[in-house]
Design a protein around this ligand. Structure first.
Ligand SMILES: Cc1cc2nc3c(=O)[nH]c(=O)nc-3n(C[C@H](O)[C@H](O)[C@H](O)COP(=O)(O)OP(=O)(O)OC[C@H]3O[C@@H](n4cnc5c(N)ncnc54)[C@H](O)[C@@H]3O)c2cc1C
Length: 367
């Protein structure tokens, strides 16, 4: 159990228990801070925890683990550091410290009703959101977000349907299509408006090998019911339409940072295409314009799980340091995080992200 302040406030509250949040919470707890890690779901681990396949990314970080196994390891470290995990708790508001309280107030809803905790510092690690679809029939039963499909297949062990249309060919869409096929569903096609497959060829090739059509420059015109999905009408750029007989449409659109809570807490947000959309303005230490409020993971820019971990490490170190706690390995951990982030952000896209990050830092200094 984490130590609490006499006033009843935690030192650090971390919202969201994906890899970014767990890492931030662990590092802050190892530094000696009393930490609460708050998660809306009934299990910790975020999106990485829904991955039953071997994680893609640096072997030096993932060591050949599946997402589920890797997240168990992260959580063991968090437990060992003495943090407290609150599950089934959806944070709906983060109020910055008032003069009287001197602490942030986090309101959350839990099965037993609304509740609140106080914390001297907050790390937001709320991850990303999948924008809702806007084609006719998007509200029919059987039209599902990829997050829900992945949970059904990989956590609950049930299929959302038998014949699936995957909308979106990024790595997430391709990997979830593979999960669906492994679980016994037929993936009728993967469609994407983009002119080429968005994800890596290594994720597309196994689907093609199993006969899945990957239709690029193609969009969904409508999904037909009556009450649940019976078919989907897709069209290519020339307007050529096709009806696909499916009972499930899985949506895997490009994800955007889930910046609503940060915005509502008073963090100015700036939209950056290469980071997925509206990102809370933050600096190198992951601090925002609100003193004591830090961000990390996909919220600070949609990249990947390895980046989320390292930005979480920086956010946790900064939050602890800001309260006067010193991690015994702070310097080495910060060097490790920065070196890994540099390595992860190489290549044309990586460089654009690195540049976007320093521009956000410059914006922060102007606020
Ligand atoms: C299908 C798929 C496969 C992937 N495979 C890989 C891979 O192989 N390798 C890799 O490096 N990356 C992979 N990724 C990307 C990786 O999963 C993400 O980049 C990473 O999970 C982001 O971590 P995060 O901590 O920022 O957020 P998330 O993992 O999204 O976690 C955010 C957490 O915050 C919680 N939360 C949000 N709002 C609130 C609130 N208001 N109150 C309480 N809790 C809240 C959510 O429930 C969630 O648990 C994959 C992603 C997908 C979708």
């Amino acid at each position: 159990m984490a130590s609490k302040h006499p006033e009843g406030a935690y030192d650090v509250a971390v919202v969201g228990s994906g890899p970014g949040g767990i890492m931030a919470a662990t590092v802050a707890a190892q530094a000696g801070a009393g930490v609460a890690l708050i998660e809306r779901s009934d299990r910790a681990g975020g999106r990485l925890d829904l991955q039953v396949q071997i994680l893609q990314g640096p072997r030096s970080i993932y060591r050949g683990h599946s997402g589920v196994a890797f997240c168990r390891g992260l959580l063991n470290d968090f437990d060992a550091a003495g943090g407290q995990l609150l599950l089934n708790a959806t944070v709906s508001a983060v109020e910055p410290p008032s003069r009287e309280s001197g602490a942030f107030r986090l309101t959350y809803s839990a099965p037993q009703g609304p509740a609140a905790i106080m914390a001297l510092s907050v790390v937001l690690a709320t991850g990303s959101v999948e924008p809702a679809a806007n084609f006719p029939g998007a509200d029919l039963g059987g039209v599902l977000l990829s997050n829900d499909v992945q949970r059904m297949v990989n956590v609950e062990g049930r299929l959302p349907g038998r014949r699936v249309l995957m909308v979106g060919s990024d790595n997430a869409g391709l990997l979830i299509a593979a999960d669906l096929m492994d679980a016994g569903a037929e993936v009728v096609a993967v469609v994407d408006e983009a002119p080429a497959v968005v994800g890596r060829e290594v994720n597309a090739a196994p689907l093609r090998a199993k006969g899945v059509e990957i239709l690029t420059s193609t969009r969904v015109l409508a999904v037909l019911g009556p009450a649940t999905v019976s078919s989907a009408i897709v069209a290519d750029v020339s307007g050529q339409e096709r009806a696909l007989r499916v009972d499930t449409v899985c949506l895997s659109p490009p994800r955007a940072p889930d910046s609503e809570l940060a915005f509502q807490a008073g963090c100015p947000v700036h939209s950056v295409d290469v980071l997925g959309g509206p990102v809370p303005i933050h600096g190198r230490d992951m601090g925002t314009a609100v003193p004591g409020l830090y961000v990390c993971g996909d919220l600070a820019g949609v990249e990947n799980g390895a980046v989320a971990l390292e930005s979480g490490r920086l956010a946790g170190l900064s939050a602890a340091r800001g309260l006067g706690f010193s991690h015994p390995d702070a310097e080495a951990l910060e060097r490790l995080a920065r070196a890994r982030l540099g390595h992860l952000r190489r290549g044309r896209r990586g460089l654009a992200r690195r540049q976007a990050k320093s521009e956000l830092g410059a914006r922060l200094r102007l606020l």
